[in-house]
Write a protein that binds this ligand. Sequence first.
Ligand SMILES: NC(=[NH2+])NCCC[C@H](N)C(=O)O
Length: 732
Amino acid sequence: MELTLSNPSIPLNVLTTVVLGQLQSKVQLVNGPTTSLKVDDSTKLTGDVNVTRYLIRSNNLLNEQQSVNQREASLVDALLLKDASIAADLVKQRQHSFLVSDNASLVDYLAWSVLSGTLQEQEYVAAVQATQVIQDTIALQQKAISDAANAANATPAVSIPGCDPTTNPLDIFRIRIATQLSSVTNIDPATIYRAIDIPRQLDHGDFALALPRLRVKGNPAQLAKEWAAAFVPVDDYILEATPIGPFLNYRINTRLLIKHTLELASARVEAFGANASGAGKKAIVEFSSPNIAKPFHAGHLRSTIIGSFIRNVYAANGWDVIAMNYLGDWGKQYGLLAIGYSRHGCEQKLLEDPIKHLYDVYVQINRDAEDEPTIHDEARAYFKKMEDGDESALALWRRFRDLSIVKYQEVYGRLNIEFDVYSGESQVGKGMEEAMAMLESTGLLQESQGAKVIDLEKYKLGVSVVQKSDGTTLYITRDIGAAKERYERYKFDKMIYVVAAQQDLHLKQLFKTLELMGFDWADRVEHVNFGMVQGMSTRKGTVVFLEDILDEAQEVMHDQMRKNEAKYAEIPEPLRVADEIGISGVKIQDNAARRVKNYAFDRNRMFSFEGDTGPYIQYAHARLCSIERKSGLKVNLDADTNLLTEEGALNIMRTVAQYPDLVKSLMNAYEPCNVVTYALNLSHDISAVFDTLWVRGTEPAVADARLLMYWCARVTLGNAMRLLGLRPLERM
Ligand SMILES: NC(=[NH2+])NCCC[C@H](N)C(=O)O
């Protein structure tokens, strides 16, 4: 249904209603002041957790009228003042997650609002309708969850590490293969489970077991024959086992595959694909890490995109993840910058766009320094003051840093990226001195012309300088101290540095040093590197600022959208949509090939709506949403999935069923291109049937089954897109 709210003074309770509805993708917001509401952590909320959280939060709001945290306090004030426009602004600014009550008390509350004159009757009707949608959604979700639980109960009661039929539809089959074969051979079911593959070609069966991987004595081809002969179907899940050479190929009941996949996807929705294998473990993913006063270059952009992907992958595998930005905000260049600022700085420009202005100042002072080399000595002296903790020197630097972070946050928000921690080279504290003392006492440190160095020649890693002759620290010194502090603070099980391959040597030196220092967590650090982007510049040439690239992408997409006027008119917030498509183009191009590959920045390819591009994937998603809208039907979980008989439907469902496997496999190599390939395959599977498998105008039972399939495909495609950091669009 569509809910049009055009009155700018809509009370917040309606707003809340709409927001939850929107979150459940059931309510489309068309006009009015609330159209740009977003729920900040919607991707993390799923299933019953989702509902429960809202109930808890709503009780806080509606009954006790107090907020859970300080940030929401002003929002609650606005609510109490019944000033919806202030509240709406707050929501917009802070992208609040929202609060809503259970249906009954919400309806009461709405009625009360009408009585007390804060809600127009017309709005009341709309709001009550929306509460119905919420209730339906909650009911749908609860039913899906219990259906899935029932199905899971019917599976064999063995526990195999990593095998979870309650989240992974393929495991429903693999667990049966493993237990059946184990009963015949006495081989541990876990060993069998790990050896089960999905053949590339379907005529090799739905699953294949390569016998040599079991490492048992005897001739594999002979054993395959014997074991196949001993195969007796226990239930109707696994239909057949055929020996082919050293392989045992299994054919499964695809009806059940379709049924269970739909069950799991509709029960888990945004959590479909995720698993709990990393429960209780903590990872730090350090990424982006630009340098203040220097351009945010393509390398930082790649680190940002790949890093947030890795963050999402860890979270989807059940880890507790800390997204950390380690700013380059320390070193002699900040002395240089301070001197530059005293000559060329402009307060107003600094406030308007700190990143651009500081960069300009930095360029100018470097130019000055070409003629006046003494500037460099001044800079060194200034930095020395900073390192010695001179407050006057630090105050200016701190302003640069703080203002830059605010600006970065804005751009990251646009890119759908959030950091839990803004650390930086400047933030490394006592850890560095302690590390130096450790290096000294373990005899790793050597003097060299007044400087202190670690000799890593033995490991073919050169010599790394950790202290200059004037006593100041270096990039690597700060990294050693930072790693030590991070471990002490977070006790991470894994720490990943997402940094360009140009810094391979630096990170090898860092890791080797940590190892030589004897830290028992030294094997928990990992460098995830990537190749270069060639030729990334703006149309005007010269230095690229990330924002310019994004603005340009947005403009190209907006022009493209305007070509179809009728469609354009239906899109709420076309500029935001254009921005999102543009960003998708940038991200997908960045993730299209393996990380280590260099690639050439190609704006024509990046923004194309055809081929392997971001806009194409967004388009596939929007098209699925339009099928749902146009069907005029509600998703029916009781749909008879046996009616999905066509080859095309089976192909879609096979691909959907593989999504949880994909999520798990990403932990091995962190390759976003695998998800891009997956999203494209799923998009192709779907577009192959668009013209034949109609929903609208089809016999009701079939329409229901197809709608359920499209909906699950859309949810899964959306999940893959979210993993890549895209915001799936509903219209474009
Ligand atoms: N821990 C680290 N060294 N992380 C990488 C930092 C990247 C650095 N700021 C650069 O732009 O080159």
